[in-house]
Design a protein around this ligand. Structure first.
Ligand SMILES: Nc1ncnc2c1ncn2[C@@H]1O[C@H](COP(=O)(O)OP(=O)(O)O)[C@@H](O)[C@H]1O
Ligand SMILES: [Mg+2]
Length: 466
Protein backbone atom coordinates (compact mmCIF):
# COMPACT_ATOMS: atom_id res chain seq x y z
CA UNK A 1 0.00 0.00 0.00
CA UNK A 2 2.80 2.40 0.91
CA UNK A 3 4.49 1.69 -2.41
CA UNK A 4 1.25 2.27 -4.27
CA UNK A 5 0.65 5.60 -2.51
CA UNK A 6 4.21 6.72 -3.24
CA UNK A 7 3.63 5.87 -6.90
CA UNK A 8 0.34 7.83 -6.89
CA UNK A 9 2.09 10.79 -5.37
CA UNK A 10 4.71 10.97 -8.08
CA UNK A 11 2.44 10.06 -10.94
CA UNK A 12 -0.95 11.81 -10.93
CA UNK A 13 -1.95 10.14 -14.21
CA UNK A 14 -1.37 6.70 -12.68
CA UNK A 15 -3.49 7.84 -9.72
CA UNK A 16 -6.34 9.18 -11.89
CA UNK A 17 -6.61 6.13 -14.13
CA UNK A 18 -6.21 3.59 -11.30
CA UNK A 19 -8.76 5.21 -8.99
CA UNK A 20 -11.29 6.74 -11.38
CA UNK A 21 -10.84 4.57 -14.47
CA UNK A 22 -9.25 5.07 -17.86
CA UNK A 23 -12.15 7.15 -19.19
CA UNK A 24 -11.27 9.79 -16.59
CA UNK A 25 -7.58 9.99 -17.47
CA UNK A 26 -6.06 13.43 -17.13
CA UNK A 27 -6.04 15.34 -20.38
CA UNK A 28 -2.69 16.80 -21.48
CA UNK A 29 -3.50 20.29 -20.13
CA UNK A 30 -4.71 18.81 -16.86
CA UNK A 31 -1.49 16.84 -16.54
CA UNK A 32 0.54 19.98 -17.22
CA UNK A 33 -1.40 21.70 -14.45
CA UNK A 34 -0.68 18.82 -12.05
CA UNK A 35 3.02 18.85 -12.83
CA UNK A 36 3.25 22.58 -12.22
CA UNK A 37 1.28 22.12 -9.01
CA UNK A 38 3.84 19.63 -7.74
CA UNK A 39 6.82 21.82 -8.66
CA UNK A 40 5.59 25.30 -7.56
CA UNK A 41 3.81 27.04 -4.72
CA UNK A 42 1.85 29.64 -6.77
CA UNK A 43 -0.06 28.26 -9.74
CA UNK A 44 -2.41 30.24 -12.00
CA UNK A 45 -4.56 28.51 -14.62
CA UNK A 46 -6.55 30.45 -17.20
CA UNK A 47 -8.66 28.84 -19.86
CA UNK A 48 -11.71 28.77 -22.08
CA UNK A 49 -14.89 27.27 -20.70
CA UNK A 50 -15.79 23.63 -20.32
CA UNK A 51 -12.52 21.88 -21.02
CA UNK A 52 -11.66 20.67 -17.54
CA UNK A 53 -10.29 23.28 -15.13
CA UNK A 54 -12.75 22.52 -12.36
CA UNK A 55 -12.48 18.77 -12.93
CA UNK A 56 -8.71 18.67 -12.52
CA UNK A 57 -9.03 20.40 -9.15
CA UNK A 58 -11.57 17.79 -8.06
CA UNK A 59 -9.07 15.07 -8.99
CA UNK A 60 -6.41 16.98 -7.09
CA UNK A 61 -8.59 16.99 -3.97
CA UNK A 62 -8.67 13.17 -3.90
CA UNK A 63 -5.02 12.87 -4.85
CA UNK A 64 -4.17 15.02 -1.82
CA UNK A 65 -6.38 13.02 0.56
CA UNK A 66 -4.90 9.74 -0.69
CA UNK A 67 -1.24 10.73 -0.81
CA UNK A 68 -0.62 13.08 2.14
CA UNK A 69 -1.12 12.51 5.85
CA UNK A 70 -1.18 16.04 7.16
CA UNK A 71 -3.07 17.87 4.44
CA UNK A 72 -5.76 20.51 4.34
CA UNK A 73 -7.39 21.37 1.06
CA UNK A 74 -9.37 24.58 1.27
CA UNK A 75 -11.48 25.48 -1.70
CA UNK A 76 -12.70 29.00 -2.31
CA UNK A 77 -15.01 30.43 -4.92
CA UNK A 78 -17.25 33.42 -5.51
CA UNK A 79 -20.16 31.88 -3.57
CA UNK A 80 -20.91 28.68 -1.68
CA UNK A 81 -23.58 27.77 -4.18
CA UNK A 82 -21.13 28.21 -7.03
CA UNK A 83 -18.67 25.79 -5.39
CA UNK A 84 -21.38 23.27 -4.47
CA UNK A 85 -22.77 23.20 -7.99
CA UNK A 86 -19.39 22.88 -9.65
CA UNK A 87 -16.22 21.78 -7.88
CA UNK A 88 -17.84 20.09 -4.89
CA UNK A 89 -20.23 18.30 -7.17
CA UNK A 90 -17.30 16.93 -9.20
CA UNK A 91 -15.56 15.86 -5.96
CA UNK A 92 -18.68 13.86 -5.05
CA UNK A 93 -19.01 12.39 -8.51
CA UNK A 94 -15.40 11.15 -8.34
CA UNK A 95 -15.95 9.75 -4.85
CA UNK A 96 -18.52 7.38 -6.32
CA UNK A 97 -15.91 6.07 -8.77
CA UNK A 98 -13.33 5.12 -6.14
CA UNK A 99 -13.09 1.32 -5.79
CA UNK A 100 -15.15 0.28 -2.81
CA UNK A 101 -12.34 -1.10 -0.65
CA UNK A 102 -10.49 2.22 -0.88
CA UNK A 103 -13.57 4.44 -0.73
CA UNK A 104 -14.31 3.01 2.72
CA UNK A 105 -11.26 4.83 4.03
CA UNK A 106 -12.86 8.16 3.15
CA UNK A 107 -16.04 10.08 3.79
CA UNK A 108 -17.67 12.60 1.48
CA UNK A 109 -20.36 14.91 2.94
CA UNK A 110 -22.09 18.03 1.59
CA UNK A 111 -19.48 20.21 3.30
CA UNK A 112 -16.37 18.07 3.80
CA UNK A 113 -14.33 15.18 2.47
CA UNK A 114 -11.86 13.45 4.77
CA UNK A 115 -9.86 10.37 5.61
CA UNK A 116 -11.83 8.58 8.32
CA UNK A 117 -8.75 7.60 10.35
CA UNK A 118 -7.56 11.21 10.60
CA UNK A 119 -10.51 13.43 9.97
CA UNK A 120 -8.92 16.57 11.43
CA UNK A 121 -5.52 16.20 9.79
CA UNK A 122 -6.54 15.06 6.34
CA UNK A 123 -9.55 16.80 4.89
CA UNK A 124 -10.93 19.05 2.18
CA UNK A 125 -13.58 21.68 2.67
CA UNK A 126 -14.82 24.86 1.04
CA UNK A 127 -16.23 28.29 1.74
CA UNK A 128 -17.21 31.43 -0.08
CA UNK A 129 -14.33 33.82 -0.65
CA UNK A 130 -15.72 37.03 0.69
CA UNK A 131 -14.62 39.63 3.18
CA UNK A 132 -16.68 38.08 6.01
CA UNK A 133 -14.62 34.92 5.78
CA UNK A 134 -11.21 36.58 6.06
CA UNK A 135 -10.74 35.17 9.56
CA UNK A 136 -11.13 31.65 8.16
CA UNK A 137 -8.83 32.49 5.29
CA UNK A 138 -6.07 33.77 7.55
CA UNK A 139 -6.22 30.93 10.04
CA UNK A 140 -5.57 28.00 7.71
CA UNK A 141 -2.40 26.09 8.53
CA UNK A 142 -1.14 22.58 7.81
CA UNK A 143 2.09 20.96 6.75
CA UNK A 144 0.59 20.48 3.31
CA UNK A 145 -1.60 23.50 2.95
CA UNK A 146 -3.41 23.49 -0.38
CA UNK A 147 -5.70 26.38 -1.27
CA UNK A 148 -7.69 26.19 -4.49
CA UNK A 149 -9.63 29.19 -5.78
CA UNK A 150 -12.06 28.40 -8.61
CA UNK A 151 -13.51 31.18 -10.78
CA UNK A 152 -10.82 33.37 -9.24
CA UNK A 153 -11.60 36.33 -11.52
CA UNK A 154 -14.83 36.72 -9.55
CA UNK A 155 -13.19 36.72 -6.12
CA UNK A 156 -12.49 40.08 -4.42
CA UNK A 157 -8.83 41.18 -4.19
CA UNK A 158 -8.79 41.46 -0.40
CA UNK A 159 -9.22 37.69 -0.08
CA UNK A 160 -5.99 37.01 -1.94
CA UNK A 161 -3.99 39.38 0.24
CA UNK A 162 -4.96 37.18 3.21
CA UNK A 163 -4.34 33.89 1.41
CA UNK A 164 -0.65 34.71 1.05
CA UNK A 165 -0.40 33.86 4.79
CA UNK A 166 -0.31 30.16 3.99
CA UNK A 167 3.15 30.64 2.49
CA UNK A 168 4.71 30.34 5.95
CA UNK A 169 3.80 26.62 6.05
CA UNK A 170 6.05 23.72 5.02
CA UNK A 171 4.39 22.82 1.74
CA UNK A 172 1.94 25.54 0.75
CA UNK A 173 0.14 25.69 -2.59
CA UNK A 174 -1.97 28.57 -3.76
CA UNK A 175 -3.90 27.76 -6.93
CA UNK A 176 -6.07 30.26 -8.81
CA UNK A 177 -8.15 29.04 -11.72
CA UNK A 178 -10.46 31.05 -13.90
CA UNK A 179 -11.96 31.99 -17.15
CA UNK A 180 -10.04 35.23 -17.85
CA UNK A 181 -13.05 37.49 -18.06
CA UNK A 182 -11.70 40.80 -16.76
CA UNK A 183 -8.62 42.91 -17.34
CA UNK A 184 -8.28 43.95 -13.72
CA UNK A 185 -8.19 42.28 -10.33
CA UNK A 186 -5.90 39.79 -8.68
CA UNK A 187 -6.35 36.95 -11.16
CA UNK A 188 -5.43 39.30 -13.98
CA UNK A 189 -2.34 40.42 -12.06
CA UNK A 190 -1.07 36.84 -11.70
CA UNK A 191 -0.72 36.88 -15.48
CA UNK A 192 -0.10 40.46 -16.47
CA UNK A 193 1.30 42.47 -13.56
CA UNK A 194 4.99 42.99 -14.17
CA UNK A 195 6.05 42.14 -10.58
CA UNK A 196 3.25 39.99 -9.19
CA UNK A 197 3.14 37.66 -12.20
CA UNK A 198 6.78 36.60 -11.69
CA UNK A 199 5.86 34.46 -8.70
CA UNK A 200 3.25 32.42 -10.58
CA UNK A 201 3.63 29.20 -12.56
CA UNK A 202 1.23 29.49 -15.48
CA UNK A 203 -1.02 27.10 -17.34
CA UNK A 204 -3.14 28.22 -20.25
CA UNK A 205 -5.79 26.09 -21.93
CA UNK A 206 -8.13 26.59 -24.87
CA UNK A 207 -11.53 25.11 -25.53
CA UNK A 208 -9.80 23.03 -28.21
CA UNK A 209 -7.74 21.30 -25.48
CA UNK A 210 -10.86 19.27 -24.78
CA UNK A 211 -10.39 16.12 -26.88
CA UNK A 212 -14.16 15.93 -27.44
CA UNK A 213 -14.13 19.30 -29.17
CA UNK A 214 -14.56 18.47 -32.84
CA UNK A 215 -13.88 21.11 -35.51
CA UNK A 216 -17.60 21.41 -36.18
CA UNK A 217 -18.44 21.95 -32.49
CA UNK A 218 -15.68 24.52 -32.28
CA UNK A 219 -17.06 26.32 -35.33
CA UNK A 220 -20.49 26.42 -33.67
CA UNK A 221 -19.01 27.96 -30.51
CA UNK A 222 -17.05 30.46 -32.59
CA UNK A 223 -20.27 31.57 -34.26
CA UNK A 224 -22.09 31.69 -30.93
CA UNK A 225 -19.51 34.11 -29.55
CA UNK A 226 -19.73 36.41 -32.54
CA UNK A 227 -16.78 35.16 -34.60
CA UNK A 228 -13.06 34.68 -34.08
CA UNK A 229 -12.25 38.38 -33.64
CA UNK A 230 -14.53 39.21 -30.72
CA UNK A 231 -13.62 39.55 -27.07
CA UNK A 232 -16.24 36.95 -26.14
CA UNK A 233 -14.47 34.48 -28.40
CA UNK A 234 -11.11 35.32 -26.84
CA UNK A 235 -12.42 34.84 -23.30
CA UNK A 236 -14.65 31.81 -23.76
CA UNK A 237 -12.85 29.85 -26.49
CA UNK A 238 -9.21 30.92 -26.46
CA UNK A 239 -9.07 31.48 -22.71
CA UNK A 240 -7.35 34.85 -23.18
CA UNK A 241 -8.07 38.14 -21.46
CA UNK A 242 -10.23 40.56 -23.47
CA UNK A 243 -8.58 43.34 -25.42
CA UNK A 244 -9.21 47.00 -24.79
CA UNK A 245 -11.42 48.73 -22.31
CA UNK A 246 -14.21 46.16 -22.44
CA UNK A 247 -15.28 45.22 -18.97
CA UNK A 248 -18.34 44.32 -16.97
CA UNK A 249 -20.80 47.10 -16.17
CA UNK A 250 -21.33 45.83 -12.63
CA UNK A 251 -18.28 44.33 -10.88
CA UNK A 252 -18.90 40.76 -9.82
CA UNK A 253 -17.24 41.35 -6.46
CA UNK A 254 -19.78 44.06 -5.63
CA UNK A 255 -22.68 41.79 -6.57
CA UNK A 256 -21.33 38.97 -4.41
CA UNK A 257 -20.83 41.35 -1.53
CA UNK A 258 -24.46 42.47 -1.86
CA UNK A 259 -25.62 38.87 -1.98
CA UNK A 260 -23.77 38.05 1.23
CA UNK A 261 -24.80 41.22 3.01
CA UNK A 262 -27.38 40.25 5.59
CA UNK A 263 -26.91 43.39 7.67
CA UNK A 264 -28.40 45.90 5.25
CA UNK A 265 -31.66 47.40 6.44
CA UNK A 266 -33.65 49.85 4.35
CA UNK A 267 -34.42 53.13 6.13
CA UNK A 268 -37.99 52.82 7.40
CA UNK A 269 -39.27 55.89 5.59
CA UNK A 270 -37.60 55.22 2.27
CA UNK A 271 -39.83 54.44 -0.70
CA UNK A 272 -40.30 51.07 -2.32
CA UNK A 273 -40.01 50.94 -6.10
CA UNK A 274 -40.94 48.08 -8.39
CA UNK A 275 -39.34 47.48 -11.77
CA UNK A 276 -41.25 45.56 -14.43
CA UNK A 277 -39.61 44.21 -17.56
CA UNK A 278 -42.44 42.87 -19.78
CA UNK A 279 -41.62 40.36 -22.49
CA UNK A 280 -42.88 40.48 -26.01
CA UNK A 281 -45.13 37.47 -25.64
CA UNK A 282 -42.08 35.82 -27.14
CA UNK A 283 -38.97 34.14 -25.86
CA UNK A 284 -38.10 36.32 -22.85
CA UNK A 285 -39.73 36.18 -19.46
CA UNK A 286 -41.68 38.99 -17.77
CA UNK A 287 -39.98 39.91 -14.52
CA UNK A 288 -40.92 42.04 -11.52
CA UNK A 289 -38.24 43.18 -9.04
CA UNK A 290 -38.99 45.05 -5.81
CA UNK A 291 -36.42 47.42 -4.39
CA UNK A 292 -36.64 49.12 -1.02
CA UNK A 293 -33.90 51.74 -1.27
CA UNK A 294 -30.69 49.77 -0.56
CA UNK A 295 -32.39 46.39 -0.23
CA UNK A 296 -33.93 43.99 -2.71
CA UNK A 297 -35.89 42.02 -0.11
CA UNK A 298 -37.15 39.12 -2.20
CA UNK A 299 -36.29 37.14 -5.30
CA UNK A 300 -37.53 38.51 -8.62
CA UNK A 301 -41.01 37.33 -9.61
CA UNK A 302 -41.05 35.54 -12.94
CA UNK A 303 -44.46 35.81 -14.57
CA UNK A 304 -43.32 33.60 -17.41
CA UNK A 305 -44.71 34.06 -20.85
CA UNK A 306 -47.97 35.98 -20.25
CA UNK A 307 -49.54 38.24 -22.86
CA UNK A 308 -49.90 41.94 -22.13
CA UNK A 309 -53.42 41.72 -20.67
CA UNK A 310 -52.57 38.78 -18.43
CA UNK A 311 -49.36 40.43 -17.26
CA UNK A 312 -51.05 43.71 -16.35
CA UNK A 313 -53.63 41.72 -14.39
CA UNK A 314 -50.96 39.67 -12.61
CA UNK A 315 -49.02 42.79 -11.57
CA UNK A 316 -52.24 44.44 -10.45
CA UNK A 317 -53.05 41.36 -8.33
CA UNK A 318 -49.55 41.43 -6.83
CA UNK A 319 -50.09 45.07 -5.94
CA UNK A 320 -53.45 44.33 -4.31
CA UNK A 321 -52.20 41.49 -2.14
CA UNK A 322 -49.23 43.58 -0.96
CA UNK A 323 -49.87 45.21 2.45
CA UNK A 324 -50.26 48.99 2.12
CA UNK A 325 -47.00 49.81 3.91
CA UNK A 326 -45.09 47.59 1.50
CA UNK A 327 -46.63 48.91 -1.67
CA UNK A 328 -44.39 50.74 -4.11
CA UNK A 329 -44.65 54.46 -4.64
CA UNK A 330 -44.01 53.68 -8.26
CA UNK A 331 -43.88 50.74 -10.66
CA UNK A 332 -41.40 51.49 -13.41
CA UNK A 333 -42.41 49.69 -16.60
CA UNK A 334 -40.28 49.38 -19.69
CA UNK A 335 -42.87 50.74 -22.12
CA UNK A 336 -40.88 50.31 -25.31
CA UNK A 337 -42.60 47.96 -27.73
CA UNK A 338 -44.79 45.33 -26.07
CA UNK A 339 -44.49 46.98 -22.66
CA UNK A 340 -46.52 49.95 -23.81
CA UNK A 341 -49.81 48.09 -23.57
CA UNK A 342 -48.91 46.74 -20.14
CA UNK A 343 -48.08 50.22 -18.95
CA UNK A 344 -51.32 51.68 -20.31
CA UNK A 345 -53.45 48.99 -18.73
CA UNK A 346 -51.79 49.38 -15.33
CA UNK A 347 -52.23 53.13 -15.59
CA UNK A 348 -55.92 52.74 -16.27
CA UNK A 349 -56.25 50.31 -13.36
CA UNK A 350 -55.11 53.19 -11.16
CA UNK A 351 -51.79 51.87 -9.87
CA UNK A 352 -48.86 54.32 -9.77
CA UNK A 353 -46.92 53.39 -12.88
CA UNK A 354 -44.07 55.20 -14.57
CA UNK A 355 -43.51 54.86 -18.26
CA UNK A 356 -39.83 54.16 -18.93
CA UNK A 357 -38.63 54.33 -22.51
CA UNK A 358 -35.43 52.30 -22.23
CA UNK A 359 -34.54 52.72 -25.88
CA UNK A 360 -35.11 56.49 -25.90
CA UNK A 361 -33.07 59.42 -24.65
CA UNK A 362 -31.73 59.42 -21.10
CA UNK A 363 -33.53 61.52 -18.52
CA UNK A 364 -30.25 62.90 -17.19
CA UNK A 365 -26.60 63.39 -18.18
CA UNK A 366 -27.15 63.23 -21.96
CA UNK A 367 -23.43 63.91 -22.34
CA UNK A 368 -22.76 60.53 -20.65
CA UNK A 369 -25.44 58.29 -22.15
CA UNK A 370 -27.20 58.06 -25.46
CA UNK A 371 -30.07 55.87 -24.28
CA UNK A 372 -32.11 55.49 -21.11
CA UNK A 373 -31.02 51.85 -20.80
CA UNK A 374 -27.37 52.89 -20.50
CA UNK A 375 -28.30 55.38 -17.80
CA UNK A 376 -30.28 52.81 -15.81
CA UNK A 377 -27.52 50.18 -15.90
CA UNK A 378 -24.98 52.78 -14.90
CA UNK A 379 -27.13 53.91 -11.95
CA UNK A 380 -27.47 50.29 -10.92
CA UNK A 381 -23.68 49.94 -11.13
CA UNK A 382 -23.24 52.96 -8.87
CA UNK A 383 -25.75 51.55 -6.40
CA UNK A 384 -23.68 48.36 -6.14
CA UNK A 385 -20.32 50.08 -6.01
CA UNK A 386 -21.44 52.49 -3.32
CA UNK A 387 -22.11 49.39 -1.20
CA UNK A 388 -24.22 48.78 1.89
CA UNK A 389 -26.77 47.18 -0.39
CA UNK A 390 -28.32 43.75 -0.26
CA UNK A 391 -29.85 41.46 -2.88
CA UNK A 392 -31.38 38.01 -2.42
CA UNK A 393 -29.24 34.91 -2.80
CA UNK A 394 -30.32 34.18 -6.34
CA UNK A 395 -27.61 32.78 -8.63
CA UNK A 396 -29.53 33.72 -11.79
CA UNK A 397 -29.91 37.33 -10.73
CA UNK A 398 -26.26 37.45 -9.76
CA UNK A 399 -25.10 36.00 -13.05
CA UNK A 400 -27.32 38.26 -15.13
CA UNK A 401 -26.16 41.39 -13.33
CA UNK A 402 -22.58 40.65 -14.29
CA UNK A 403 -23.30 39.70 -17.91
CA UNK A 404 -23.30 42.98 -19.84
CA UNK A 405 -20.03 44.51 -20.90
CA UNK A 406 -19.75 48.19 -21.63
CA UNK A 407 -17.78 50.21 -24.05
CA UNK A 408 -17.50 53.80 -25.18
CA UNK A 409 -19.26 54.96 -28.31
CA UNK A 410 -17.79 57.42 -30.75
CA UNK A 411 -18.04 60.65 -28.87
CA UNK A 412 -17.25 58.95 -25.57
CA UNK A 413 -20.70 58.03 -24.31
CA UNK A 414 -21.14 54.88 -22.24
CA UNK A 415 -22.68 52.08 -24.23
CA UNK A 416 -24.01 49.07 -22.34
CA UNK A 417 -24.10 45.87 -24.34
CA UNK A 418 -27.54 45.39 -25.91
CA UNK A 419 -29.91 42.54 -25.11
CA UNK A 420 -29.49 40.91 -28.55
CA UNK A 421 -25.69 41.02 -28.17
CA UNK A 422 -25.89 39.47 -24.71
CA UNK A 423 -28.35 36.86 -25.91
CA UNK A 424 -26.02 35.92 -28.71
CA UNK A 425 -23.23 34.86 -26.39
CA UNK A 426 -25.31 33.80 -23.39
CA UNK A 427 -28.40 32.27 -25.03
CA UNK A 428 -30.59 34.12 -22.57
CA UNK A 429 -31.62 37.63 -21.90
CA UNK A 430 -30.78 39.35 -18.58
CA UNK A 431 -34.42 40.06 -17.73
CA UNK A 432 -34.02 39.76 -13.95
CA UNK A 433 -31.21 42.30 -13.99
CA UNK A 434 -33.06 44.59 -16.40
CA UNK A 435 -36.04 44.65 -14.05
CA UNK A 436 -33.80 45.73 -11.17
CA UNK A 437 -32.23 48.42 -13.38
CA UNK A 438 -35.71 49.75 -14.18
CA UNK A 439 -36.28 50.62 -10.51
CA UNK A 440 -33.64 53.31 -10.91
CA UNK A 441 -35.87 55.18 -13.35
CA UNK A 442 -38.00 56.40 -10.47
CA UNK A 443 -37.37 59.98 -9.51
CA UNK A 444 -39.03 59.30 -6.17
CA UNK A 445 -35.82 57.85 -4.80
CA UNK A 446 -33.22 60.45 -5.60
CA UNK A 447 -31.01 57.50 -6.54
CA UNK A 448 -29.57 55.23 -3.88
CA UNK A 449 -29.10 58.01 -1.35
CA UNK A 450 -30.52 61.24 -0.15
CA UNK A 451 -34.19 60.37 -0.03
CA UNK A 452 -36.04 62.66 2.34
CA UNK A 453 -39.48 61.37 3.12
CA UNK A 454 -41.49 64.23 4.39
CA UNK A 455 -44.93 64.06 2.90
CA UNK A 456 -47.51 61.27 2.82
CA UNK A 457 -47.47 58.96 -0.18
CA UNK A 458 -49.88 60.06 -2.86
CA UNK A 459 -51.39 56.94 -4.42
CA UNK A 460 -53.47 57.96 -7.40
CA UNK A 461 -56.83 56.24 -7.47
CA UNK A 462 -56.14 54.25 -4.32
CA UNK A 463 -59.66 54.80 -3.01
CA UNK A 464 -61.22 52.29 -5.33
CA UNK A 465 -59.63 49.31 -3.58
CA UNK A 466 -59.37 50.45 0.03
N1 LIG B 1 -10.15 14.27 -17.66
C1 LIG B 1 -11.45 14.21 -17.88
N2 LIG B 1 -12.03 13.03 -18.15
C2 LIG B 1 -13.36 12.95 -18.41
N3 LIG B 1 -14.20 14.00 -18.41
C3 LIG B 1 -13.68 15.21 -18.16
C4 LIG B 1 -12.29 15.38 -17.87
N4 LIG B 1 -12.07 16.70 -17.66
C5 LIG B 1 -13.26 17.30 -17.82
N5 LIG B 1 -14.23 16.42 -18.11
C6 LIG B 1 -15.66 16.72 -18.37
O1 LIG B 1 -15.85 18.04 -18.83
C7 LIG B 1 -16.79 18.73 -18.00
C8 LIG B 1 -16.41 20.19 -17.88
O2 LIG B 1 -15.22 20.31 -17.16
P1 LIG B 1 -14.98 21.49 -16.11
O3 LIG B 1 -13.82 21.10 -15.31
O4 LIG B 1 -16.23 21.80 -15.40
O5 LIG B 1 -14.65 22.69 -17.12
P2 LIG B 1 -14.13 24.16 -16.83
O6 LIG B 1 -12.82 24.26 -17.56
O7 LIG B 1 -15.17 25.07 -17.42
O8 LIG B 1 -13.99 24.31 -15.36
C9 LIG B 1 -16.75 17.97 -16.68
O9 LIG B 1 -17.94 18.02 -15.96
C10 LIG B 1 -16.50 16.56 -17.14
O10 LIG B 1 -17.72 15.96 -17.50
MG1 LIG C 1 -15.04 25.60 -14.03
Amino acid sequence: MQKLLAAFRNDPQFFATTIFGGQNALRPKQLEFFEKFIANDHITFKGGVGFGKTRVMAILVWWALFCFNDVKVNIFGPSEKQIQDNLWNEVGMLYNLIPKALAEEFEYTPSRAYRISSRNECFATYSAANKDNLGTVRGIHATNNFVLVDEAADVPNVVFMNLENIMSDVNPKLVVVSNPAYTSGFFYDTWEHKDISKAWAKVHGRMSDNPNMTPSKLAAFTALYGGAGTNQYRVMVEGEFPIGSTSGVIPTSAVIEAMNNEDAVAPADSPIIWGLDPNGGGKDRSILVKRHDNVVPEKPIDFGNLDAVQLAQAVYDEWRVTPIQQRPVEICVDANGPGYGVYTMLFNMGVPVRKVMAQSSPTRDPQLYSRMRDQLWWMCREWFIEGGVSIPNDPDLQQELTLPFYDYENGGKIKVESKPEIRKRNKKSPDLADALCLTFASTKTGGAKGWAWSKPIDYPGLGIYE
